[in-house]
Write a protein that binds this ligand. Sequence first.
Ligand code: BGP
Length: 479
Amino acid sequence: MSVFPKNFLWGGACAANQFEGAWDVDGKGASVPDMCTNGSHTESKWITNHIHEDRFYPSHEAIDFYHHYEEDVALFAEMGFKVFRTSINWTRIFPTGMEDVPNEKGLAFYDRVFDCCRKYGIEPLVTISHYELPYALVEKYNGWASRELIDLYFHYATTLFERYKGKVKYWITFNEINSSIMDMGAILSVGTVQGYEGPVMAFKAPEAVRLQALHHQLVASAKTVKYAHEHYPNFIMASMNIFAPFYPLTPDPEDMLAAQERTNMFCWLCGDVQVKGAYPYFAKHYFKRHNIDIKMEAGDEALLKEGTVDLYTFSYYMSNCITTHKDESSVMGNLTGGFKNPYLKASDWGWQVDPKGLRWSLHSIYDRYGIPMMVVENGLGARDERGADGRIHDPYRIDYLRDHIREMGKAIEEGVDLIGYTPWGCIDLVSASTGEMAKRYGMIFVNKFDDGTGDLSRERKDSFYWYQKVIRTNGEDLA
Ligand code: BGP
């Protein structure tokens, strides 16, 4: 007997800017990722303030889902997907983010995508904003640093609600909203990068700016959720956080306290606001201690209280260690940073693989919030090579997914309310952090490479057939 509930939502996840391509087609405007070149694990990608003809911008074609969506959704259906998490490119709907009237061609594209999903009985799970801020809003407003973005986002989100109300029920307001607690989120998430051209990794926005921008996103999210609840009672509105446990590296109580503070600020702050409806006490204390004065307007606190979510979703890739002992070697994480854990192995990109940490996370989150949860990103970014038979065998990816699914199953047996799982990049796509194609997550291989070559053909990896079996047996057969 499977431990997964009968209606468990098995599927996969992608983001518009990382797989659609067609960056300037049918009226689409430029978004932040469209201004980013490619990089690698060792060399940062750049953000540029105009398009340089001699540089390569991986989002411009990506894997061209825009013209391949029928083929791709058919492959998802063949794997047995019940749900497909994707996002809307804000600039397909509002090219600069500031128009009153939406771009009909952009809206029509997502109609086609959602109709195609529905044809196969696949439920779309839509992220409204997934690292796709219109670049014009960076130029004019310094992104989310300005309060004006709340209403611009609200107009965008409610346009989507009205258009797709009959097709989409599950909505995530912001991808990885807590990412702007980290330096890198300044560009990816809040876009407070006005006037800057240079390596993404070298960019630092002052913490006060990032946190003020985050406040605007939290208010925008709450305002949108409140509106959705009032007008579309069948919608399920979700928050989305990066969840990465921080372990104290040593039993030194100082390490314990440092890990607690990091966990509070990184893992819990946004969840507490979005699920419980108010800034937690530790955040207020942190702001005070660091002389950060978050500017709130009358009504903000009430909105945060009234716009709480129905579903807690998160990405889970790794755990990190924290120590106050400076001699340890650091390990790069997915925005999160941290120190090497001697008990864990890391991916080629240095992300520490920790399936048991996922079980720990599910318990911690459920204990704190007590609402349904979904793991909406998880997976192994790896280099795939062709075997002697010309096919792609990816046992390392199967191992990674199996170990995480097993721990999810245990957590469900132990009582947590987990309703779905959408592993990241179910089809190969452009990496968010490095801009590479070489960092592949997919169960479907896409013939596209870092120099821009490739015929964009799709092929099934071993993990495709394996995941198909997992879904067919509702997680019972993980062999
Ligand atoms: C998350 C993002 C995704 C995705 C994933 C993998 O942070 O929400 O957009 O890309 O990480 O990261 P990367 O592409 O950097 O390997």
